[in-house]
Design a protein. Structure first.
Length: 153
């Protein structure tokens, strides 16, 4: 794996995210961290689907109301996020190696769903009072974070 610096990306719509995924898929990329495009797409799919359908867990209320509320507000304000450990259940299961077009296409379908999502966020596990539009912007910031580790060839 050739080391490159992380790209600074800032997506404001699902269409921008999809365009970047397709650009990386079609033109190739250099991987700068642990996950390839398939693994990133699998992770993004799990995160977005969980936001729309539920994760089956919630952080304790005190964390949602304090630390996580502050962190998410900061990420949305700065339009970037730092690397942090990923919960095992949210890590990709796809192996290293060639990309899997099926996983990538499924992620793109999920992004289309997220673009139109207007459901309840009352059980969102990381923060209370999340609106669907705040959630979408958080998803685009999260996506930019991960895709920033892949540089187009």
């Amino acid at each position: 794996m050739t080391k490159i610096s992380k790209r600074s990306l800032d997506f404001h719509s699902g269409d921008e995210v999809i365009a970047e995924i397709k650009r990386l898929q079609e033109g190739g990329y250099v991987q700068n961290k642990n996950w390839n495009l398939t693994q990133i797409c699998e992770h993004l799919d799990v995160i977005m689907t969980g936001g729309m359908e539920g994760f089956g867990f919630r952080l304790p209320r005190i964390l949602r109301a304090t630390v996580m509320k502050w962190m998410i507000a900061r990420m949305l304000r700065q339009r970037k996020m730092s690397s942090a450990p990923t919960l095992d259940r949210l890590k990709p299961k796809s192996p290293d190696g060639p990309d899997d077009p099926g996983v990538i296409d499924h992620c793109i379908e999920t992004i289309h769903r997220a673009k139109a999502f207007d459901g309840s966020m009352k059980d969102y596990p990381f923060i209370d009072d999340m609106t669907p539009e705040m959630w979408r912007q958080f998803m685009w910031v999260h996506t930019a974070h991960h895709l920033g580790f892949l540089a187009p060839k």
